[in-house]
Design a binder for this molecule. Structure first.
Ligand SMILES: NC(=O)c1ccc[n+]([C@@H]2O[C@H](COP(=O)([O-])OP(=O)(O)OC[C@H]3O[C@@H](n4cnc5c(N)ncnc54)[C@H](OP(=O)(O)O)[C@@H]3O)[C@@H](O)[C@H]2O)c1
Length: 251
């Protein structure tokens, strides 16, 4: 299946690296499409129109602001093909209006697709989408991680959890590492200890069916040091901070 990526930025690069197959790709003149295909194989094309003609599935990996400019070049040749929109905070109605004849899918992946450990929120496709297109799109994203289907009206909420997630976890790693460096660990030691703890804890939580309370209780004995650390994090407002973050992301 020929995958066409419109855009060669952060998300396009992460997906292409995760798929590890030749792709068709465009950019707006930066040369990033050429650099990407030199890395993963495939062709950087001179126009979105040519990409639309040659790709079997078209992935919109440009910014939301470019929806109409790109659709002007692409919509006619994309007709009846699957068009996968990655555009954050852009309704399916807006994408369907821009691509009236295409079969539009809305997906919010995250940067961890590069490691094939991403999670992609997929809005439930509408009934007019042929099942073979829906299956092909789902399989494409399943190759680079988990796919979680959500009702379309919750896609933004999903993205505010998983799409933004790698940045949140990077900040949490940095904050904890800074504290450890203040107490004497080198940055390399701190990052290895904390980062590996994050990765291992995620595996453990998955194995325990995401039962966060059970895992916390196994680490934090009553009156013990972990309980004191957790209380300090609660006093610091960790829950309120995440609550405010999702509200600010969703506006
Ligand atoms: N980054 C994430 O973690 C993430 C997560 C979920 C969803 N998304 C969504 O993914 C999309 C891309 O995000 P990003 O972070 O990858 O953005 P980005 O790094 O800014 O990349 C955008 C790409 O679009 C290209 N582009 C702009 N206009 C174009 C045009 N007319 N034709 C072809 N290509 C064009 C740019 O070309 P140049 O290289 O020439 O500038 C650039 O390569 C956004 O809609 C975003 O909402 C991103």
């Amino acid at each position: 299946m020929n995958v066409g990526l419109v855009g060669a930025g952060n998300m396009a690069r992460a997906l292409a690296r995760g798929w590890a197959q030749p792709i068709l790709c465009t950019d707006s003149g930066s040369g990033r499409a050429r650099a990407l295909v030199e890395e993963v194989g495939g062709e950087a094309l001179p126009s979105n129109r040519e990409l639309g003609l040659r790709a079997d599935v078209i992935v919109l990996a440009h910014k939301p602001a470019q929806l109409h400019t790109v659709a002007t070049e692409l919509a006619e040749v994309a007709a009846v093909k699957p068009v996968v929109s990655l555009l954050a905070r852009t309704s399916s109605q807006a994408v369907r209006e821009a691509y009236p004849q295409a079969h539009v899918f809305q997906i919010q992946p995250n940067l961890a697709v590069e490691m094939r450990r991403g999670v992609s929120a997929l809005a439930r496709p509408d009934d007019e989408c042929p099942p073979e297109h829906a299956q092909a799109v789902r399989e494409l994203f399943a190759r680079v991680g988990n796919v979680v289907e959500v009702p379309e009206n919750l896609l933004d909420v999903a993205s505010a959890c998983s799409g933004v997630g790698p940045a949140y976890w990077a900040l949490l790693l940095e904050a904890q590492a800074d504290a450890a460096i203040r107490r004497g660990l080198t940055p390399a030691q701190a990052c290895a200890l904390i980062g590996e703890t994050m990765a291992g804890s995620a595996e453990l939580l998955r194995a325990r069916n995401w039962d966060t309370l059970a895992v916390r209780r196994e680490v934090a004995s009553p009156g013990g040091t972990t309980a004191r650390g957790l209380a300090a994090l609660e006093r610091g407002g960790v829950r309120a901070a995440f609550s405010a973050a999702i509200d600010d992301v969703l506006g």
